[in-house]
Design a protein around this ligand. Sequence first.
Ligand code: AMP
Length: 265
Amino acid sequence: MVRKRAGKLVVIRSAKRMQGLCLRLRAEGRTIGLVPTMGALHEGHLALVRRARKLADVVVVSVYVNPTQFGPQEDFDRYPRQLAKDVELCRKEGVDVVFAPRSLYAADASTWVEEVEVSRDRCGAFRPGHFRGVATVVVKLLNICQPNVAVFGLKDFQQCEVLQRVVRDLYFAVRLVLVPTVREKDGLAKSSRNSYLSVEERAKAVLFPRILREAAESGKSDEDAAAALRKAGFLVEYVTTSRGRMCAAVRVGSTRLIDNFVRRT
Ligand code: AMP
């Protein structure tokens, strides 16, 4: 049996054990804050953890590279995995439980959660099936971890929009809290995928948030922002303003970067 001792981090790898622990904690009247991640933790993830600590008695960080949100040609195999290091970072941040399941899909799993409106455009158009994978895994995590609060990053703005819709439509009793994007000193949004960038690509990548921010803050059109990004040499997937945020995805070499800024109206 898994016991939760005050001040000591536990790592749980089984969904059943995790669910048992969380149901007991909730029955005891404790509140749970969940931070879902794919690991390779950085300061962006840690900002979410710090927010969760302020909002809940028990903080759970899930570390799971969810296969169903990657397309067949995407980076699932090479996505960085460093569980021992992630656990140490969580320990330093006062996390109570790291939930690192080996798998969240039975071999014959046949149940999916699909949001069909907000997830259509932007990343949804360029990554077919991505948000179905995200919605499905997050619903599994909510059912397993029973959180009162789940914390997500505004860096993945469309993901936030999709998950808000899923939680509303399916009546999940959880509050979603969204945290602003944490950036490198030069403005590039922190991301586990930044490790893919070569020195030259990293030098170029910094222009992405600079150009997008300038376009958003000066109230440029999406088309003009896309043109400015192309002029700087980016392969632009989209620039689309949604709910007051100018959102964009570009490629630098084989690495895909996304970002968004509040647009001046
Ligand atoms: P990931 O591990 O990339 O799936 O991200 C897990 C969570 O961390 C998601 O809610 C992301 O939006 C959030 N996140 C990732 N990068 C950042 C960042 N630079 N600033 C804030 N949140 C982030």
